[in-house]
Design a protein around this ligand. Structure first.
Ligand code: AMP
Length: 451
């Protein structure tokens, strides 16, 4: 490389994204709304590793699922063990349940969020590193667990401002017996039209015929339309379970559309399967998907344990969610001169310890720092004078001039450390002569706090 050539700008890995500013705020907004809703429903956090032994996913998701067959980020670690970056939460949480003996806790209502990895073809709404919010109820066989989980997803969507234009599609995959009978009927149906199936679906016919129902290939769609739904194959018990879920959702005020050919991607689903879908995101319209996976924990070597859960894609939720309120800062502490620098640091720390959000701009003269405070969204500025002067003083200036400002300023003043302390009334304030602009207006100058 000629040495006047600029080095190539580094790029993120394909399908992986960086978030800053409003995007990062939106991301955090989705997570914090989710955590708030989950706690209001009585869920507790769970944290599991991002890496698992490959077999944790390979066995539970099904060797023939797209994720296991072609999308996992798997590699041999330095001791030769095959590890995989998690492509979903449920298998890892089920693994943890078995490894840690969590059955001793009875029914667990858990929530998690974090990054997942799938080697998919990147497009809008589909990434190779993406993020999910996830909720699971483990060790409850009750259809009311399904109802509560779905109601929680519905609440989250509404609180994110996404309720409109989103449909809850609901189906049952029945119990093992129903599912086996349905599977046989689907194989019969599709085998009779084998030549009309896409190549992928011909392969699925033996390995996993349910997944043909998921095919987006136009050749398959017509055959899927005419395929039998599960309804005719449900055992009485599976029918009652589904009925209880439907009636429970109605009682909870959650609208749904029965969707007899909805299947979920992974092998472990039983009974309830659901998706919250929207047409506002183009091809990637599934916001949240989930269902019951009664057989999974036992298949991993644990005790027979019914369970149900869902996951929602944070990138898709944040694309639709109402913009979060702009982040605000209570007060910026600005040293008026170099001699005031350390006193400004002391005051900023004291205010933070007292619960205020505080920025303390570092660079330039007081005017530059006041500008930085404005950019940071600070609602007030506290100018700190040279403490060597007598009396030592600070000057608290309002920037927002709204109805709440008097109360907010009083609250900041009450949190100032000694010797500034509580307000002594509106003393005539003076601002640094170098400052100009709205901060200088007497109406906004709230006066000094003084020892
Ligand atoms: P799944 O685990 O496949 O059932 O997906 C649950 C949710 O995660 C989906 O409804 C999407 O919102 C989201 N999701 C799944 N895969 C991706 C991806 N590759 N990129 C972005 N979001 C995804």
């Amino acid at each position: 490389m000629a040495h006047d050539e600029a080095p190539r700008r580094p790029q993120p890995v394909r399908g992986m994204q960086d978030f800053l500013g409003e995007q990062a705020d939106r991301f955090d907004h989705v997570v914090s709304r989710f955590q708030d809703v989950a706690r209001r429903f009585g869920f507790r956090p769970v944290h599991v590793p991002v890496l698992e032994h490959t077999h944790v996913f390979a066995r539970s998701l099904g060797e023939t699922s797209d994720v296991v067959a072609k999308e996992m980020y798997s590699f041999a670690d330095r001791s030769g063990d095959s590890l995989t970056l998690r492509p979903e939460f449920t298998a890892g949480i089920a693994r943890a349940y078995v490894s840690e003996g969590w059955q001793r806790f009875g029914t667990l209502k858990l929530f998690a969020h974090g990054p997942l990895f799938r080697y998919e073809r990147p497009q809008k709404g589909r990434y190779r590193q993406f993020h999910q919010v996830d909720a699971e109820v483990i060790a409850s066989p009750s259809p009311l667990a399904d109802v509560e989980l779905i109601a929680m997803a519905d609440t989250l969507l509404r609180e994110l401002g996404i309720g409109e234009g989103v449909t809850l599609q609901l189906n049952t995959l029945g119990d093992a017996e129903s599912r086996a009978a349905w599977r046989a009927a689907l194989v019969g149906h599709f085998a009779a039209h084998r030549d009309a199936l896409s190549e992928d679906s011909r392969r699925r016919l033996e390995a996993n015929p349910l997944r043909i129902l998921d095919s987006k290939d136009p050749a398959d769609r017509a055959l899927v339309e005419r395929a039998p739904g599960i309804g005719a194959f449900l055992t009485a018990a599976a029918g009652r379970f589904f009925e209880a879920v439907c009636r429970g959702l109605e009682a909870s005020g959650v609208a749904f559309v029965e969707t007899p050919k909805l299947v979920r991607g992974f092998d472990y689903y039983r009974h309830t399967a659901f998706e919250f879908v929207t047409d506002r995101l183009g091809a990637q319209g599934t916001l949240i998907g989930g269902g019951r996976y009664d057989g999974l924990i036992e298949a991993m070597g644990g005790p027979p344990t019914p369970a149900v859960g869902w996951a929602g894609g944070i990138e898709r939720l944040m694309a639709l969610a109402a913009a979060p309120p702009p982040p605000g800062v209570d007060v910026a502490v600005v040293a008026e001169c170099p001699e005031a620098e350390h006193e400004a640091l002391r005051i900023a720390q004291a205010l933070r310890s007292a619960g205020c959000s505080v920025v303390a701009p570092f660079q330039g003269h007081a005017r530059k720092r006041a500008e930085a405070a404005a950019r940071a969204g600070s609602r007030a500025i506290l100018y700190v004078r040279d403490p060597g002067q007598t009396p030592a003083s600070v000057n608290l200036v309002d920037r927002s001039r709204d109805a709440g400002s008097a109360g907010r300023l009083a609250a900041i003043r009450a949190r100032l450390p000694h010797p500034y302390g509580t307000p002594t009334g509106a003393l005539p304030g003076s601002l640094p002569g170098s400052l100009s602009g709205p901060e200088r207006s007497p109406a906004r100058n709230d006066g000094d706090g003084r020892a």
